[in-house]
Ligand binder design. Structure first.
Ligand code: GLU
Length: 281
């Protein structure tokens, strides 16, 4: 199998130094192995995706010296593929509809208890209010959630190999941790037809990604991705969760941090080599 990495930005704002690091690292790793580097536009959230940002992504990445094969995969054109994966999960009986809004979840979560995690990769861990509901009761406004405990029963629990600095090594999925610190994540968001978690595993498999390179903030989400890959019978790539690029106050960069955007550095006359140096490559 060809050594294949990818960079998968969402076109919801300007790329910053953290994105540059991720993309350059993924591309460098592929080049070092004589492999290929792919680009994927994660635009399932059409309420936030903008053509302007997608164009800027192509422009910034080309300027950095990155090259990728065309056509680029765009998630907005792949709803049938996500639906097919969802149907497989529904058949297994591990999906349920949920009508809870944020306030319902807050109220049901109750007071924090010592030693019990409150937040997972998708924010507050879902307290399970709608878990008893059958798929036949689904309403158009519902989201669809994965019943993690049932999913674990259905999957031969596996694990993944991590090659990043912080979490280097072999990681077995831990059923208790998945239930208590990840919980019933959303598979299909309102008005979206999919979610980040569902789309990313379907697409990494479709693009035959052998090495997923991304920030350490997604390490926890990887457990869910590996569980979904196992349930769906998809290959499990090797992961490299890299250190995060932080601002001077030590805070990780976000899309709204325009001060660290590549556009801004370019406008100030920085070169692609300067960017490499800034991110330590
Ligand atoms: N679209 C996601 C992001 O921009 C990609 C995460 C991933 O690489 O899996 O954070």
């Amino acid at each position: 199998m060809t050594f294949t990495t990818r960079f998968a930005p969402s076109p919801t704002g300007p790329l910053h130094l953290g994105h540059a690091y991720s993309a350059l690292l993924a591309s460098d790793m592929a080049a070092a192995q004589g492999g290929q580097f792919l680009l994927r536009i994660e635009d399932i959230d059409q309420s936030r995706a903008r053509a302007q940002w997608e164009d800027q992504i192509y422009d910034d990445l080309s300027w950095l010296g990155l090259r990728w094969p065309a056509p680029v995969m765009r998630q907005s054109g792949r709803l049938p593929q996500y639906r097919a994966a969802l149907d497989q999960l529904i058949q297994m009986g591990v999906v349920y509809p949920c009508s809870c809004n944020r306030a319902d979840i807050e109220a049901a979560a109750g007071a924090p208890q010592e030693g019990v995690p409150q937040f997972g990769p998708d924010g507050r861990i879902y307290p399970g209010t709608c878990r008893h509901r059958a798929m036949s009761s689904a309403q158009p406004d519902d989201v669809l959630r994965l019943d993690v405990a049932k999913a674990i029963q259905r999957a031969d629990m596996t694990g993944f190999t991590e090659t990043g600095e912080t979490y280097h090594g072999a990681h077995k999925l831990d059923p208790d941790a998945l239930i208590s610190s990840v919980g019933d994540i959303i598979l299909v968001r309102r008005n979206m037809g999919s979610s980040y978690h569902l789309s990313v595993v379907v697409d990494d498999a479709a693009q035959m990604i052998t090495h997923v390179v991304r920030g350490e903030d997604l390490f926890e989400a990887t457990q869910i991705h590996v569980l979904l890959q196992t349930l769906l019978g998809l290959p499990i790539p090797i992961y490299r969760h890299h250190r995060l690029i932080r601002d001077d106050a030590g805070k990780r960069l976000a899309k709204r941090d325009d001060a660290r955007s590549l556009m801004k550095y370019r406008a100030e006359g920085a070169s692609p080599l300067d960017i490499r140096e800034m991110v330590g490559l």
